[in-house]
Write a protein that binds this ligand. Structure first.
Ligand SMILES: Cc1cc2nc3c(=O)[nH]c(=O)nc-3n(C[C@H](O)[C@H](O)[C@H](O)COP(=O)(O)OP(=O)(O)OC[C@H]3O[C@@H](n4cnc5c(N)ncnc54)[C@H](O)[C@@H]3O)c2cc1C
Length: 277
């Protein structure tokens, strides 16, 4: 295992290096170094973002929040902008790894890693996030649901990188985020659920139970049609289950994951009824 580490200092230099053969970007390195060590990828060049100027900002953009690609989970957790305008994001980030992992790992790294278990991806789906991509043709934005194509697969083309992610503020929505893992800390999700509720509107997403994080749009519309009063919980659960296609893996069986989601839904709505519904 040997590779060169390149340290561009500007975006232009980064874009030039990204045209090299078999080169991979590294932000915090908490995913990529594990994959290199396990022999899953063998890049010849690692392009570190550590010396690139800027891209570490969290900006209030009116109705949206902009997070640069060098923002770590820890930096995001101490952001006043996120505390006020995206409590759901903070709930999810608190669940990631350990303090060491949160100090190095970035939100954009979590997105590009494209794991269905990526904790920060759930609030981003719920907040209609757009991924800001920079490349030889300039900058453009893609909805996160189009950017993430499957486990480990994204819409990024050669020469491109993710400059930032931006997403809607949700400070006026009631947030909930639950993650079930094999342990209470330092565990990748077996299944997770995130939701935002405001009046008769609901947004609901699941992690680790399909090839990507999924938003259960039909269940959201059912909630709205029933004015936030889910008379028949089983019907609501059935609509959610249409989006769920878990696999058996080392952490849990598909059957177990489905049962976990059904139970999480029942518990979540019991708790919502006491608080907001
Ligand atoms: C012990 C341990 C525990 C963990 N626990 C959790 C957990 O509980 N929940 C969770 O969601 N994740 C967890 N992770 C996974 C990981 O920490 C996160 O996915 C993290 O957010 C990755 O960010 P990073 O900056 O370290 O990414 P990196 O490892 O630097 O990069 C990840 C991928 O993204 C690409 N990339 C990074 N930045 C960019 C960019 N700007 N543009 C284009 N491509 C880019 C890299 O090339 C690579 O393919 C854990 C990892 C470890 C080792």
């Amino acid at each position: 295992m040997s590779f060169d580490v390149l340290m561009p200092e500007s975006e232009d230099e980064l874009l030039t290096l990204l045209m090299s053969e078999n080169a991979k970007i590294m932000a915090g390195g908490t995913d990529i170094l594990v994959r290199i060590r396990a022999g899953k990828i063998k890049p010849e060049k690692i392009i570190s973002l550590s010396k690139v100027r800027g891209m570490d900002e969290i900006i209030d953009k009116g109705d949206r929040i902009y997070i640069g690609c060098k923002v770590t989970h820890s930096a995001a957790l101490s952001s006043e902008i996120l505390k006020e305008h995206s409590p759901i994001m903070l709930m999810a980030l608190r669940e990631i790894g350990s303090p060491q992992i949160r100090n190095r790992g970035t939100i954009v790294g979590n997105i590009v890693n494209a794991s269905p278990a990526g904790d920060s991806i759930i609030p981003l789906y719920l907040s209609n996030a757009r991924v800001v991509i920079s490349g030889p043709k300039g900058e453009y934005k893609l909805p996160i649901e189009e950017f993430i194509k499957g486990p480990g697969k994204t819409a990024l083309s050669i020469g491109e990188f993710v400059r930032a992610v931006e997403f809607e503020k949700s400070g006026s929505w009631y947030p909930l985020f639950y993650k079930v893992g094999q342990r209470t800390a330092m565990a990748i999700a077996i299944a997770s659920i995130g939701l935002l509720v405001k009046d008769n509107n609901l947004r609901i997403a699941f992690g680790s139970v399909a090839p990507t994080v999924v938003r259960a749009y039909k269940a959201e519309r059912y909630f709205e049609r029933n004015n936030g009063n889910i008379a028949v919980m089983d019907e609501f659960i059935e609509l959610c289950m249409e989006y769920i296609s878990p696999i058996d893996d080392v952490r849990a069986s598909a059957w177990y994951r489905k049962e976990v989601i059904k139970n999480l839904l029942r518990d979540t709505f019991n708790s919502l009824r006491k608080k907001v519904l």
